[in-house]
Design a protein around this ligand. Sequence first.
Ligand SMILES: Nc1ncnc2c1ncn2[C@@H]1O[C@H](COP(=O)(O)OP(=O)(O)O)[C@@H](O)[C@H]1O
Ligand SMILES: [Mg+2]
Length: 223
Amino acid sequence: MNKQVLVEDVWKSFDRGRIEVLKGVTFTVPKGEIVALCGTSGCGKSTLLNVISGLEEVDRGKIRVAGFDVVEESTRIDLLRHHIGYVFQFHHLMPDLTLAENCLVPLIATGGQRADGLARLHELATATGVEHRLGQRVRELSGGERQRGALVRSLMNDPELLLCDEPTGALDEKNRAKVFDLLLDLVRARGRTLVLATHDLELALRCDRTVKMRDGRIEGEVR
Ligand SMILES: Nc1ncnc2c1ncn2[C@@H]1O[C@H](COP(=O)(O)OP(=O)(O)O)[C@@H](O)[C@H]1O
Ligand SMILES: [Mg+2]
């Protein structure tokens, strides 16, 4: 089966069922595809990414990533550490560590066994244009540099699936297009799968497929 992501009739609520957010979401993503989830704020994009990654539990439904059952609790942390990269809307880097130290954290979380860790860090940092900032503390970096740094960190373990939540949402217009192009290039060059959430339709249309969400449901899609 060539499905990298399979989401089947997924339901998710908060506040003991009082806030229903995902209402029977079904969709699949083949390996190597770049998919944009779009829809207005509050429609459930972030929640959907969180349940795909296993950061949030579903109420019911089926989720598989790279053949792993995400709903099955025992494998979830391994899946997240080894097979999924995540870029949050606000970088979530540790401000008092250097950019290099932040980017090495995923390697530590997977046992620190990658001999090529430093070479990989330099390669990704060069590709994203932050190589000269690696020794800097994150709190001294600009917004664009932080988001590029978050991208480097998310790719350190060479994940099969990259999930990005409004990856350029916190950036100004000039940086937004640049970081977005960089993201697509990096993922395409490696043949990886990307699911990203954005409310920016213009950016979404540069992906292979745009899946439109509305009020916790998939409303349609554009290729
Ligand atoms: N932890 C939570 N507790 C309660 N409500 C939540 C929680 N997370 C998200 N929601 C609600 O779920 C809805 C969808 O949120 P979200 O997935 O963040 O949408 P989007 O990313 O499309 O803007 C919103 O109404 C939001 O308030
Ligand atoms: Mg969101």
